[in-house]
Design a protein around this ligand. Structure first.
Ligand code: F6R
Length: 361
């Protein structure tokens, strides 16, 4: 039942405030400015013993893992990174007992992720799951984990589950941080940020009409560039993937800092750029990148916390805490992908060549 929406994608985009609310419910501990994650199976001593975090997933879940790794580094100061599960399992990785491995998956059935988990377990590693589907294969094979509580996701492309994965990583980063050097005050600041998310998501969704109009302006593009820096880079990658999947427009994502090392050669009026421009310590750097693009007559659509003078259009999103901004900045671009695909008459819930869960190698 699509409840009045024309597609599951549209319905699921609109379910995100409720989904995030569900991910937070019952988990926040205001007294100690931390969170309780029941199924984690990692006591304070275990959490303190973690020397590195390695996150494994595929596609959108891998992108959620990239944001998660940054959150864990920022809030817990534990070195962390994400890698596609399929790459990991085929390169005979060094498995380290002091590393905490986290497998991320909506379905919990993706074969490459499951195989990576099994290989890790065979080598004696500690593996947690960050999974949506309760009781799925990856949830069962892992030593513990976090359910992301996005609810059923029917559309082949992931939207609300991505958002809930990133929120769940925020919870985990806060938890790990509070077993280490994250102060009570910073814990409180992050909790307040998390609590603001549902209302801020509603605010973004209320601006849907502007995004629909913008998508028509850009739907003639054969190819689009997505850029972001540090926190904004995985947001750009996920937005680029979403546009490709549902509209079949070619899109590339690059760190904004890499533009001048090659991709700037592609910039011309027929190659628009979508830029993620958060109002954080990298704002001036990002503005400089917009200027470089403008100097080559590139069209720019910015997703930012304030109007960007160099951009042709800006989608303004509400500001949260710097560390949590990536959760919100991708949401307008889910709508952008949806409306672009709709204008092109695509089969949005079932894009060609794709399956909801990839249970083969
Ligand atoms: C993107 C998408 C895919 C999945 C990927 C992993 O919209 O749907 O990239 O994210 O196949 O699937 P899960 O999360 O089920 O392991």
């Amino acid at each position: 039942d699509m409840g009045g929406h024309d597609t599951y994608m549209h319905k699921e985009i609109h379910e995100q405030a409720d989904a995030v609310d569900r991910a937070l419910r019952g988990r926040i501990d205001d007294r100690f400015s931390t969170v309780h994650l029941g199924g984690l199976n990692l006591d304070a001593r275990d959490a303190r013993a973690v020397r590195r975090v390695k996150i494994l997933g595929c596609g959108t879940s891998y992108h959620a893992g990239q944001i998660g790794a940054q959150m864990i580094e920022e809030l817990a100061r534990i070195p962390a990174d994400a890698e596609p599960a399929s790459e990991f399992r085929y390169r005979n990785p060094v498995v380290d007992p002091d590393t905490l491995y986290i497998a991320v998956s909506q379905s919990g059935e993706t074969y490459d992720v499951l195989a990576a988990v099994q290989e890790l377990k065979r080598k004696g590693a500690r593996v947690l799951g960050l999974v949506n589907v309760v009781g799925s294969a990856i949830a069962r094979e892992t030593d513990g984990g976090i359910y992301v509580h996005a609810g059923p996701e029917v559309c082949v492309v992931s939207t609300k589950c991505f958002t809930n994965m990133v929120v769940s990583f925020g919870l985990l980063a806060l938890h790990l941080g509070r077993t280490r050097d994250l102060s009570v005050a910073d814990g409180k600041r992050i909790i307040e940020g998390l609590r603001k998310l549902p209302a801020q998501i509603e605010e973004i969704l209320a601006g849907e009409e502007q995004i629909e109009k913008l998508s028509k302006e850009y739907a003639d593009a054969k190819s689009m560039m997505f850029i972001g820096r540090v926190r904004g880079y995985p947001v750009a990658r996920e937005a680029s993937l979403k546009l490709k999947e549902v509209s079949y427009i070619h899109a590339e994502a690059y760190p904004a800092s890499e533009l001048k090392h090659g991709p700037l050669a592609l910039i011309e009026p027929a190659m628009p750029t979508v830029a993620i421009v958060p109002d954080d310590d990298l704002l001036e750097k990002n503005r400089a990148a917009l200027e470089e693009i403008k100097a080559r007559s590139g069209r720019i659509l910015a997703v930012a916390h304030q109007e960007q003078e160099k951009a042709d259009h800006t989608i303004v999103v509400p500001k949260n805490e710097d560390e949590l901004d990536p959760i919100l900045m991708g949401i307008p671009l889910q709508l952008f992908a949806y409306y672009t695909a709709k204008a092109m008459g695509r089969d949005i819930d079932k894009p060609r060549n794709l399956a909801k869960s990839v249970t083969v190698e």
